[in-house]
Write a protein that binds this ligand. Structure first.
Ligand SMILES: [Zn+2]
Length: 465
């Protein structure tokens, strides 16, 4: 029998089964055991909303909508959800609440919801504990609009529930990779005297020295994991490690160049639901290649999309044999800086003469401290698809963690997504701490590397010492 006839027969059987069973009611109804459903929901912030948690400028114009895009994978022990928001960060109580709401909608447990933010900066930071602290000092809705939050939780969970009615079989897994040209560069630069700094920000390309300095430690490879129903790729998840901003801070809400590339892929291949996830890129930005102009935003989008198209083209298709799930919990310690003690954060929060932005920053630190003190650890979940592993790391894990994860499983394609639980902010390696990495957005202590390494070894089943 030719492949063509097999496909025709399969389609015929599927058509019969599709009318016979209410769609979505029987995950194991036909052929392979696995199914996938896709969902998307608008999560655009209203005008006048704070961006990036602490930017002074609030949203004044919607340039692009912000979206939550995800899938529910069915047929494993219990459903697994992978969902990515075009938001800057979701932290602490909000991170738990979002995952719990989505888990309830998908009929699974919270740890099985892999929720990540793409980390655009003209987009919100959400932290319910910090919002509560801010309310207590007369700053309600300054970090985020709580009524808006409630609306979008309802919108996203409804989209998850409705998607289950439209699940389709998954027979194969697709594995694609492509080298992306001239986007990523390391924040870390070394001057002529051998002095290290982490000063190459997202739009340093206007500075000749920053532009000429080498790319440094990055991961130039875009990875694409796709799910296929026979010959049709129904879902593609692309992941590349860079901060996603071309410019920000003007109140122009945008999904930025990563969202532009994703949107163009969606229009080009309407039969394949597109998800983009930001890899571990705390120390990686487009800084070498970006001056922060509209022209550069367009060029970055075009180069990222070229990587997506190349990865789609060279995709290798293998039968999907498993959807296994593992989770490890990691306890990261709070940074010991005197500026980050409970007393100093509290006095900043309560100081009416301090700027609203710095009081928000203090509230976020306090909310995280309360979480750490209560012993509430961070999930490091991993979906084991056999030929591919999809693992989610917290915060702004540096790109070295992505390399670490891939090295643990040379036999499998490891997609390491960043920006899960975001309270840690930057997560440098030991070497970066030794190089003097410091930042307002750094909340974790040195020593985080060993803890994350242990968690990664566990979920990736790396048994080497
Ligand atoms: Zn960042």
């Amino acid at each position: 029998m030719t492949h063509k006839w097999q496909a025709v027969l399969a389609a015929a059987i599927l058509a019969v089964v599709g009318t016979w069973n209410p769609v979505g009611s029987a995950p194991h109804a036909w052929g392979g055991d696995f199914r996938v459903s896709t969902f998307r929901a608008d999560v655009t912030i209203p005008l006048g909303h704070r961006c990036m948690g602490v930017l002074p400028t609030k949203s004044s114009r919607i340039v692009d909508p912000l979206e939550a895009r995800g899938i529910v994978l069915l047929g494993g022990e219990s459903p697994v959800v992978i969902v990515v928001f075009d938001w800057c960060e979701i932290r602490n109580d909000s991170y738990d609440q979002w995952r719990q709401a989505i888990a309830d909608a998908a009929g699974t447990s919270r740890e099985r919801v892999l929720l990540s933010c793409n980390h655009q900066h003209d987009a919100p930071v959400i932290d319910a504990g910090a919002a509560r602290l801010l309310r207590e000092v007369g700053l309600p809705n300054e970090l985020f609009d709580e009524a808006f939050q409630q609306r979008v939780v309802e919108r996203v969970t409804r989209a998850v529930r409705e998607s289950l009615q439209r699940s389709v079989p998954v027979t194969h897994l697709g594995l694609g990779t492509a080298r992306v040209e001239r986007i990523a560069s390391s924040r870390r630069v070394v001057d002529e005297q051998g002095r290290v700094s982490f000063g190459r920000g997202s739009r340093s390309g206007g500075n000749a020295w920053m532009r000429e300095a080498p790319e440094g430690k990055i991961d130039p490879v875009l990875k694409m994991i796709s799910f296929w129903n026979g010959k049709q790729p129904v879902v593609a998840i692309s992941c590349y490690a860079t901060h996603p901003m071309s410019y920000y801070g003007r109140g122009e809400v945008s999904w930025d160049f990563v969202g532009i590339a994703r949107d163009r892929m969606q229009r080009l291949f309407p039969g394949t639901f597109q998800i983009y996830a930001t890899g571990c890129s705390g120390d990686v930005t487009a800084g070498k290649y970006n001056r922060g102009t509209a022209e550069d935003r367009e060029a970055l989008a075009a180069r990222l999309q070229a990587g997506m198209i190349a990865a789609r083209k060279n995709t290798r298709r293998v039968p999907l044999s498993q959807v296994a799930f593992r989770n490890a919990q990691v306890a990261l310690e709070f940074h010991p800086s005197p500026a980050l003690t409970v007393a100093s954060l509290r006095s900043r929060l309560q100081d009416p003469s301090a700027s609203t932005e710095s009081r928000i920053w203090a509230a976020m630190g306090l909310a995280s401290r309360q979480r750490v003190a209560a012993g509430r650890n961070i999930d490091v979940p991993c979906v084991d698809l056999g030929a591919a592993q999809l693992v989610l790391l917290p915060g702004e894990a540096f790109v070295a963690y992505q390399w670490m994860a891939q090295r643990m499983r040379p036999d499998s394609l490891v997609m390491a997504i960043g920006y899960g639980e975001c309270w840690p902010g930057y997560i440098p390696t030991d070497a970066d701490f030794q190089d003097g990495f410091a930042d307002k957005w750094l909340w974790v202590a040195p020593g985080s590397e060993a803890r994350l390494k242990t968690a990664l070894k566990k979920v990736l089943r790396d048994h080497h010492p």
